[in-house]
Design a protein around this ligand. Structure first.
Ligand SMILES: N[C@@H](CCC(=O)N[C@@H](CS)C(=O)NCC(=O)O)C(=O)O
Length: 141
């Protein structure tokens, strides 16, 4: 399976992203091919996909809610995938991205990161810039 590129981080440093600390949680885990195919399909189905807890209108976790708020503030259309309603996707997405937590944001198939990274990118103006680079319109806040 081809893993997506490393998550973006404002500092481009692993420590800022805390990848080194949390990676062992998912290391060595595997998932069914069918789950990987479903994940690939859903990521390809929309330019912006958020794996989250709950649905965009009613997030069930503060971290998911934070990303929803940022995307909504930028008026970015996105597809929310509720991992609470699908345990295979909940575990499978962690293996797919090699990232141990939810939420997980994908833009045009690229894994960006979780709530902390999305917040950092947003605050630095990098999220709007990245979306714009990829041809996804946003409103300035
Ligand atoms: N620092 C993380 C916070 C996200 C987090 O800790 N998520 C937890 C609680 S919602 C999680 O996904 N735990 C694994 C699980 O519930 O499957 C981020 O930036 O996204």
């Amino acid at each position: 399976m081809r893993l997506p590129s490393k998550p973006r981080c404002r500092s481009e440093g692993f420590h800022r992203c805390r990848v080194g600390k949390i990676q062992p949680n998912v290391k060595g885990k595997q998932m069914m091919n069918s789950t990987a195919d479903r994940i690939r399909d859903v990521i390809a189905s929309s330019d912006v996909v958020l794996f989250m807890k709950g649905v965009p209108a009613a997030p069930q976790c503060g971290f998911s809610a934070a990303v929803v708020q940022i995307l909504s503030g930028l008026a970015v259309p996105f597809r929310g995938v509720d991992v609470l309603s699908d345990p295979q996707i909940r575990e499978g997405i962690k293996v797919f991205s090699n990232w141990p937590t939810i939420p997980q944001l994908y833009v045009k198939g690229e894994f960006l990161g979780g709530a902390d990274i999305v917040r950092e990118m947003f605050q630095a103006g990098e999220l709007a810039a990245l979306l714009s680079d990829k041809g996804i319109a946003t409103v300035s806040t």
